[in-house]
Write a protein that binds this ligand. Structure first.
Ligand code: PLP
Length: 393
């Protein structure tokens, strides 16, 4: 009567969303300030004033200029403004022809994966990974191959990548700054990855695409470099959104960049347009395309995340928790106090602490804390973290 695998996917709630829903119910029950909700990656910083100004300007424009369908790839003037922004920042020569506007990074990834996979192919994913990667890879007929990150620093493990990439590998997905760990891949690490992929392409006579998922590109701390991946590996496709950098997650606006260095890039772009069409996207939200054209040079406001990061890290240091020092995004990866991370997350709930167990990111023994929250929640969570630790003594 209906598609079984879709039924399963619809039924199985995302662990993150389930915990978030639990948090909302619990807050209603015992009070907002009694629940320490580190579950979700919803930016706590408001969208910049320039977004409100752009919307105000759009409200005075003829509706047909704001609400009409655009070209499937997006309004050429908007794509041109984005290309100019990238060219200024990365010394590239992109044009509107390299950019396909999407309904956020989720759509960018789903479309790119659908466009590339031909069946019976593999996509290697640096693990831990954003859980939806599995949904997109498997629903487009591919097989997800986990490539565990180096546990010492969660950079890409080049030996593990070497072993995982084979003749059926169509693409590798990386995400830096990383959700859930907060790592940023170094230039040296990315260069090592590029050399492996180049060697494997030559050995198998295939094209291996590197899909660089970058919604957190601008959210970095302490001057950490986020290298421009297409400069390092020619067959890179960039998936981006303004969900995090401009705090617009509900507006569903992003892009896919197919740089001219990609092998047969024009046909890759057509395949992306085909996949967008097959998935029924039609075009990215027209009004928010216009907003982006006006706000594309706006810097991300990271001050609140930066100070939350310091606050949270120093509290965890004091309490003796082990964690990976985040360099970017707004997540912190903490070592579970028992091998079973789900049991750890459950126990944390009994102290009104909501942490996401690492299992849904593809590994055991860790948990994710999202610190895109009010600093008061961090400060007030101290006793709960102390009690959680003490409960394992
Ligand atoms: N990729 C990663 C790593 C994410 O963390 C997210 C959202 O949290 C997405 C993609 C999807 O982003 P968007 O909301 O722009 O679709």
């Amino acid at each position: 009567m209906y598609n079984e695998s879709m039924l399963q996917m619809g039924r199985e709630p995302s662990v993150i969303r389930e915990l978030f829903a639990y948090g909302a119910a619990r807050k209603a029950e015992i009070g907002e300030d009694k629940v320490f909700d580190f579950s979700i990656g919803n930016p706590s910083v408001p969208a910049p004033a320039s977004v409100a100004r752009a919307l105000e300007e759009l409200s005075h424009m003829p509706p047909e200029k704001v609400h009409a369908y655009t070209q499937s790839a997006g309004d050429p003037a908007v794509r041109d403004a984005i290309a100019q922004n990238l060219n200024k920042r990365f010394g590239t020569e992109y044009t509107a022809a390299n950019l396909y506007m999407t309904c956020g990074a989720a759509a960018s990834l789903s479309i790119s994966i659908k466009a590339l996979l031909e069946g019976n192919e593999e996509v290697a994913v640096v693990t831990p990974f954003f859980p939806e990667y599995r949904t997109w890879i498997e629903s487009h007929g591919g097989t997800l191959v986990k490539v565990l990150a180096r546990e010492s620093d969660f950079q890409i493990d080049l030996d593990a990548m070497e072993a995982a990439v084979g003749p059926r590998t169509k693409a590798v997905v990386i995400n830096s700054p990383n959700n859930p760990v907060g790592t940023v891949y170094s230039r040296e690490n990315l260069e090592g990855l590029a050399r492996i992929l180049e060697r494997k392409q030559a050995e198998y006579g295939t094209t291996i695409f590197l899909i660089s998922d970058e919604p957190y590109r601008e959210l970095v701390y302490g001057g950490t470099e986020v290298p421009w991946v297409p400069d390092i590996y020619a067959n890179t496709i960039v998936c981006y959104s303004w969900s995090k950098s401009l705090s617009l997650p509900g507006e569903r606006i992003g892009y896919i960049l197919v740089p001219p260095t990609v092998a047969d890039w024009e046909n890759v772009f057509f395949a992306i347009a085909g996949a967008g069409r097959a998935l029924g996207f039609v075009c990215a939200p027209a009004a928010f395309q216009q907003v982006i054209a006006r706000c594309v040079d706006e810097p991300a406001d990271i001050a609140a995340y930066e100070s939350n990061r310091v606050l949270l890290a120093s509290m965890l240091d004091e309490l003796g928790y082990e964690y990976i020092q985040p360099q970017g995004a707004f997540y912190l990866w903490i070592r579970s106090l028992e091998p079973d991370a789900k049991a750890f997350s459950e126990r944390a709930k009994s102290f009104e602490l909501l942490l996401v167990a690492s299992d849904s990111f593809g590994v055991e023994g860790w948990a994710r804390l999202g610190y895109c929250i009010s600093p008061d929640t961090i400060v007030n969570s101290r006793d709960a973290f102390a009690a959680l630790k003490a409960s394992y003594a």
